[in-house]
Each structure stands twice: as structure tokens, then as C-alpha cells.
Design a binder for this molecule. Structure first.
Ligand SMILES: O=C[C@H](O)[C@H](O)[C@H](O)COP(=O)(O)O
Length: 221
């Protein structure tokens, strides 16, 4: 099976977690795109969605799926999104597409987080995938120095990329993230950091993992 076929399988499996007559939070990226296309087939059963990026909003609207402003929403049954890495505790690295901040904000409102990804994203320890940090542009050198001082690694500015919020991304290479919750919190305490791509303080509740033998449903260990 190709990676795209595995993504399609987990996207289909995620439809089981869509609660009728509620608002659904929708993530960003190639796996989330497969989910959006599946969601379009049952769009009449939900109240609508909240999008975690401009790209996702555009794709949802293209299918005629209602997209609400998060400020007008106070309840969301589930948030469904991909990931760049997932550890056995279902702590994640996200933000490969640069949407980490809006993803974390939308997730904050949701009752449940269902992560969908193919099995190449499963790791024992997070950090092989460079950890994205969204940074206010004027703070990028300061934040990079602080990251190296506190955690090591090698922060690299994502060249030519601006987030939906008008900020830049530092991708930190070479980390071995053994305590994702404390690293997430400490990184977020550095002045100039908007947020980082660790989803650990709020991790996934369920990981639908696409394998060649079918979709594995993993809950946090
Ligand atoms: O900013 C992007 C998101 O965090 C994505 O969920 C993540 O990068 C995974 O994307 P994909 O499904 O394309 O591998």
C-alpha cells in the first residue's frame, strides 16, 4: 500500500468519530485533506466545522461544508488532525505544514482529539522530525539562542515561510525529547515564542494508525 492509501484509510476510519449534529475541528496537512474529502460525503449530518488554517478553510468551503469562526463556537465534539510524529504516550510533534498554533487553539476547544497518520509517524522518542516553533519575527534570533542554551539542538529558520498569523517558524533539529510535557511548557515560556509543535500537555486521545494490515486504533499508554 502507498502512503497515500494508508492516509485515505485512516481518514475513512476517522469518520466513525464524527458526532452527528455537532461542530468538528479540522486539522491541516495531507492526511487532514483526505479526511476533509471523506467528511464532505456526510456533510449533511454535522452542524459545521472550525478550520485550523486558511488552506483547510478553503478546502472545506470548496466542498460546501460550513466553516465557523472559532469565536462563535463554544462547543466542539472532536478535533481530527494528522501529525509528524507520535510517541507511545500519544504525545505528538506537529507543525510540519506550519499550522501548529491554530491547530493548538482549535484543539483547546474540542472534547476529544483523534490523530490520524500512517505508521511512518510512529516513534519511540520524539525529536527526529525537526520541532517547529512559531516565533514573532523580531524575536527569532533571541529565541534561537535560548533554545540552544536550554535544550541544545539546531534551530533553522524555515526559509521564505510565513504562518497564517504573520510569524516565522524555527525548525529545531537534533533534539531527543524524553519529557515532552516539560519541554512544551518551557519552550512556550520563552518570550517571543507563540507556540511550539509539541502536543503533549494536551496529547491525542486516540491515534488511528494506518498500517499495511489495516487501521490500528491506539490509545495512550
Ligand atoms: O502544520 C501541519 C500539521 O501539524 C500537520 O498535521 C502535520 O504536519 C502532518 O501533516 P501530513 O498529514 O501532511 O503529514
Amino acid at each position: 500500500m502507498t502512503q497515500d492509501e494508508l492516509k485515505l484509510e485512516v481518514a475513512k476510519a476517522a469518520i466513525e468519530y464524527v458526532v452527528p449534529d455537532t461542530i468538528i475541528g479540522v486539522g491541516t496537512g495531507s492526511t487532514a485533506n483526505f479526511f476533509i474529502d471523506e467528511l464532505a460525503k456526510i456533510k449533511g449530518t454535522i452542524k459545521g466545522t472550525v478550520a485550523s488554517s486558511e488552506a483547510t478553510a478553503e478546502r472545506l468551503k470548496g466542498h460546501g461544508i460550513p466553516v465557523f469562526d472559532l469565536n462563535s463556537v463554544d462547543e466542539m465534539s472532536v478535533y481530527i488532525d494528522g501529525a509528524d510524529e507520535a510517541d507511545p504516550g500519544l504525545c505528538l510533534v506537529k507543525g510540519g505544514g506550519g499550522a501548529l498554533t491554530r491547530e493548538k487553539i482549535v484543539l483547546a476547544v474540542a472534547d476529544k482529539f483523534v490523530c490520524i497518520a500512517d505508521d511512518s509517524k510512529k516513534v519511540d522518542v520524539l525529536g527526529k522530525f525537526p520541532l517547529p516553533i512559531e516565533v514573532i519575527p523580531m524575536a527569532r534570533s533571541y529565541v534561537a539562542r535560548e533554545v540552544v542554551k536550554r535544550f541544545g539542538g539546531e534551530p533553522v529558520l524555515r526559509d521564505g515561510f510565513t504562518t497564517d498569523n504573520g510569524n516565522v517558524i524555527l525548525d529545531v533539529h537534533g533534539l531527543e525529547i524524553v519529557d515532552p510535557v516539560s519541554m512544551e511548557n518551557e519552550l512556550n515560556s520563552i518570550v517571543g515564542v507563540v507556540t511550539n509543535g509539541l502536543f503533549a500537555a494536551r496529547n491525542a486521545d486516540v491515534f488511528l494508525c494506518g498500517t499495511k494490515d489495516g487501521v490500528e486504533t491506539i490509545t495512550a499508554k
